[in-house]
Design a protein around this ligand. Structure first.
Ligand SMILES: [Zn+2]
Length: 86
């Protein structure tokens, strides 16, 4: 069964080019919770490295944004969307 993946922008430490890395959501959440190192990967240089503090913060925000989405769709603000649609 495929695990849900999170697409995150990463910057290659060698050439500073940005690319999208995909990591399993469960792996990121677990590593953030227990303070474990997260391995990032850049395709351009076929290079693996350990996420820095700033990169971990970025991952934390991406995860938080994921959890907010379903609530935002069901929450009170959607009454305004309904009104606007009529
Ligand atoms: Zn590179």
């Amino acid at each position: 069964m495929p695990e849900p993946q999170l697409k995150i922008p990463v910057t290659c430490p060698h050439c500073a080019s940005e690319s999208l890395a995909e990591l399993p959501i469960a792996l990121i959440a677990n590593a953030l919770l227990i303070g474990k190192a997260i391995r990032l990967y850049s395709r351009c240089h076929d290079h693996y490295w350990t996420a820095t503090f700033a990169e971990r913060e970025q991952l934390r925000k991406s995860l938080a944004a994921l959890e907010i989405q379903p609530c935002a769709q069901l929450g009170p603000p959607h009454a305004e969307h309904l009104r606007a649609a009529r």
